[in-house]
Write a protein that binds this ligand. Sequence first.
Ligand code: AMP
Length: 203
Amino acid sequence: MIPEEETTNGHLLNIVLFGPPGAGKGTQSEKIIDRYQLIHISTGDLFRKHLGEGTALGIEAQKYMDQGKLVPDEIVIGMVDDKINTTIGAKGFIFDGFPRTVNQAEALDRLLNTKGNQIAIMISLDVPEDELKVRLRNRGKTSGRSDDQDDQKIQTRITEYLEKTLPVAAYYFQQEKLVKIHGVGDIDTIFNHISEVLDPLQT
Ligand code: AMP
């Protein structure tokens, strides 16, 4: 049996890092992980890993990712559930690119509740749409991601975000957990603003 302190039960600092594609979630996640020693759960990265390994889950997800569409909730939730359950010794999780629908947010709440945990805060990176498109196209030159290289796919991802993902911010707002941070400018300045929010939450 795994000792209690090595499981993901008990009080953890769980954060949702939220924002549209290209908002800088990946960049800020790295800095947050470094400072707070959290486990990074990026559903986009997990899907790309599955894809690279040629798993059935990866092949199924690719159908949607290739079009810039969201992968169905059951697939995403199952994958996150598995990741949380197989991670031991975490001080907390940073969820990046998840939840992307209200259904996913509700499932995450249920999942954490069963372990006596919850989301402490959602940090939302605000970036105007024009800036997002420029960033994604620039990232496409080096990321090798086909969904960053095609204007139609970029537009579909932004539309998916506006229609299906934005309501997730309202979900956490109702729980009084939403904090908005201006996501344009110097990376370290943005990170300092995030730290001002997270530092007091550390136990
Ligand atoms: P990302 O790396 O977060 O930009 O995600 C890349 C793609 O993976 C998205 O365009 C979706 O097709 C898929 N994806 C990642 N996370 C999710 C999620 N939480 N729900 C649905 N689809 C997702």
